[in-house]
Every structure is written in structure tokens, then in C-alpha cells.
Design a protein around this ligand. Structure first.
Ligand SMILES: [Zn+2]
Length: 304
């Protein structure tokens, strides 16, 4: 069975706390495992969360501040220690190539796993696979930062009542799906007659940024939006100064973009009561809000 879920490995910005590790998020999407922004301690968090090095197929970094990338050395070496047999692709802003080079070769190890670097030179399409397309947009932070958007192509869903009407069942359903048509008692039945459009699912991952057009484009119609909410509204000027979002801004983005499930994370350690992030986002967004906690699993909403 295919699994689509976010495994939260860490949720702290800048400095970890007793309860929050630095960032780290694994998006399981059928056979793919996209590891976003592994901060310090990600390798151990993976163990706690039941994520193995084998689950990782892509490493996706938004930018090269330490809370988003200091876990790369441990994760990269673990791929080789565990002899991960499939190639792992690494996406990161091309302007930070020298940082990735250092992280990748931070200390001596026997390199066995295949890590293919695919630095992001420009916005737009960056990869395609069975998951659909992975796209990136440049955000507005103090160093070059990219947000990510995963888009599954639209498809079609078979309608049992329509299949019944034509007396199509069993293996003949698969035959019709593969061929697009099926001969039923001398009449050709097309796929469109027994199915309806099925919208592809979308997930967006938006870390450190001020509000900008790219935030909206990445989040547009997302079933799952994982977005930073570093500050509360009372510190809105700090958010702007340090190029971050408030929970209210994240909530407004979710509302304006028709998001289904909003995951808030990357919290500043200055706030002892995280519920306030939910309250401020909920004033803007009426949909489901998840306050990310370390080791939490967040399912991608089921198809409508
Ligand atoms: Zn950060």
C-alpha cells in the first residue's frame, strides 16, 4: 500500500530546545522519501522516528543556515554505513555548493552509497519521478533559499457504478486502464465513459522567508503545506528584520491558497507556549492546523 505522510524529525529554529531538535522532515510519498533540511541530530531523530537511511531517496535543502543543514554529514555517512543500494539525489541552492562540499566531506568515511548532486541553478522544474514533479521557487531570506513543491499529475478514478453498467469487472478493468479502450460485446468502451477526473495531490515545503509571491505560488492548492512560523504577531517587526514569517502570515497564506492541511514549524525558542501559534494561524485559516512536534507523523490528507 502506498504511504504518503510527513515524518517530523525536528521543529526548532536557530537553537534546539529540550523538546525540539533542529529541523528535519521526511516526506514519504509512495516509494520516495524526501528528506528536507536535516539539521544537527537528524540521524538520531530518524532512529527515534523509525526512519531508516534506506527510506531516503532525495535530500532537499532550502538553504545553508546551520539549523537546516548541519545534519547532512551524519545522514550522508549513514547512507554508506547502511550500504543504501539506490542512488540518492541531493538538491540545494547552487550558490551554496562550497558549503555542501564541506558538509559532504566533513570527516573521513568509506563512501559506498551513491549520492548524486543536483544543485538548483534556477527556479522551476527540478526533478520528475513516479511521484510526479518536484519544483522549486526562490524565497526571500538573508541567504539564497528555495522552497519546494511536489505535484502529482492529474489522473482518472474508475467509477464502480459505470463499470457495472457496462459489465466490466476483474482483470478487464486493468486492461481498460492500460489500453484506454475495451471491447465489450462488440462495442468499444473508452476510459472516459467509466471514470472521472482525479486531481493530483500537491505538497509544499516553505522554510525561511519573508512573505513574497513565491510563497503563494508554492502553496497554491496544496493538500499539505509545511511552512515556517518562527514568530508570533507581537514580534512581527523581528520577523521582517530577520526574514521570517509569523504564524498569522502562514495562516493567511494557507487561506488564500486553498490549502487543506497546514503544518506549522520552525518555532523560535523564545516562546514557551506553542499553542499561541495555532491560535494566531486559526484566526486566518479555518482548515486543519497541525503544530509540528518532534517525531510526529502527519498523513497527507486523503483524496477528495
Ligand atoms: Zn532556519
Amino acid at each position: 500500500m502506498s504511504v504518503r505522510e510527513l515524518v517530523v524529525l525536528g521543529t526548532a529554529s536557530q537553537a534546539p530546545t529540550r523538546r525540539r531538535n533542529h529541523n528535519g522532515y521526511l516526506l514519504r510519498w509512495d516509494g520516495e522519501g524526501l528528506l528536507f533540511d536535516p539539521g544537527e541530530g537528524t540521524q538520531r531523530q530518524m532512529l527515534q522516528a523509525g526512519v531508516s537511511a534506506n527510506d531516503i531517496t532525495r535530500l532537499c535543502l532550502t538553504h545553508f543556515h546551520g539549523d537546516h543543514c548541519l545534519g547532512v554529514p551524519g545522514v550522508v555517512q549513514r547512507l554508506s554505513l547502511d550500504r543504501v543500494a539506490h542512488p540518492v539525489r541531493a538538491h540545494y541552492p547552487a550558490s551554496g555548493r562550497h558549503f555542501f562540499e564541506r558538509l559532504r566531506h566533513a570527516s573521513a568515511f568509506h563512501e559506498i552509497a551513491e549520492l548524486c548532486e543536483e544543485p538548483i541553478e534556477r527556479e522551476g522544474w527540478i526533478a520528475a519521478g513516479t511521484f510526479g514533479e518536484l519544483r522549486a521557487r526562490r524565497l526571500d531570506h538573508r541567504v539564497e533559499t528555495f522552497g519546494y513543491r511536489l505535484v502529482e499529475p492529474d489522473g482518472r478514478r474508475m467509477v464502480p457504478e459505470l463499470l457495472d453498467r457496462f459489465g466490466i469487472s476483474g482483470p478487464r478493468v486493468g486492461l481498460l486502464q492500460r489500453n484506454g479502450t475495451l471491447d465489450v460485446d462488440g462495442r468499444t468502451v473508452g476510459l472516459g465513459e467509466v471514470s472521472e477526473p482525479r486531481r493530483g495531490q500537491r505538497a509544499a515545503f516553505i522554510m525561511d522567508t519573508r512573505l513574497c509571491d513565491a510563497v503563494h505560488e508554492l502553496a497554491d492548492g496544496a493538500d499539505l503545506l509545511v511552512i515556517e512560523a518562527t514568530f508570533l504577531a507581537e514580534d512581527g517587526s523581528l520577523a521582517d528584520e530577520y526574514a521570517h514569517l509569523t504564524a498569522a502570515q502562514a495562516g493567511r497564506v494557507a487561506a488564500e491558497c486553498g490549502v487543506r492541511k497546514l503544518v506549522l514549524t520552525h518555532f523560535s525558542q523564545r516562546y514557551p507556549h506553542p499553542e499561541r501559534f495555532r491560535d494566531e494561524a486559526a484566526e486566518q485559516f479555518g482548515g486543519e492546523i497541525v503544530l509540528a512536534e518532534d517525531l510526529m507523523r502527519v498523513p497527507v490528507p486523503t483524496r477528495r
